[in-house]
Ligand binder design. Sequence first.
Ligand code: FPP
Length: 227
Amino acid sequence: MEKNRLQHLAIIMDGNGRWAKERGYIRTKGHEKGADTIREITKYCAEHKTIETVTLYAFSTENWKRPKYEVDFLMKLLDRWLKKELTTYHKFGAKFETVGNIEGFSPKLQETIASIKEQTAHHTNVTQILALNYGSREEIAKAATQLAKRDEEITEESLGAELNTPYTDIDLMVRTSGEHRLSNFLLWQLSYSEFFFTKTLWPDFTAEELETIIEDYIHRNRRFGGV
Ligand code: FPP
């Protein structure tokens, strides 16, 4: 059997809070450590022969419901982390992109995001897409609203093309921390993807574990509805 090719990987990075709690730290410490894990995974993806895109769920439209101090911390961390991360993007040849409603962030954070995108636009080893203020149902509803303005039949292709994420199917979706949910993440783009759930909390997740998951994925029997 031919091995599956992995081009687009998506990850729901979950478990930062529990990681911190287990160690008697405040939750935000888990987010800081989780941000370091992103660097290790980005390096792995950039060096991987077939991975072209890695999409990471960093902040959902529902995450605003968290305590204000935690939301404020995440916003500041993102700004600080992105500025520092520029070196990583250059070092590994990674292009930074986002999906989600960035306009919901402060003008300063929006500026940082735009600037990092611009400075990494020429990199080709991997594209790292951070899902920020992202909700899949909102994304689909907005795409449908755009299409409804045109006087033509709505097709899978036209709706897919109207989504914020360029229409590329995700091959493998990994969720850490033992939860088995999609949490409004890329509902359309995950239609035919393979799922992998690990109990590891995101701050403890490593490139080695990702490699074993990919090894499992490449041997799966993907049929796409066929036989
Ligand atoms: C889930 O942990 C984590 C998130 C809110 C999203 C991922 C955030 C990071 C990896 C850190 C910051 C990211 C960037 C890009 C700087 P949780 O808080 O839901 O954990 P819990 O379920 O154990 O409470």
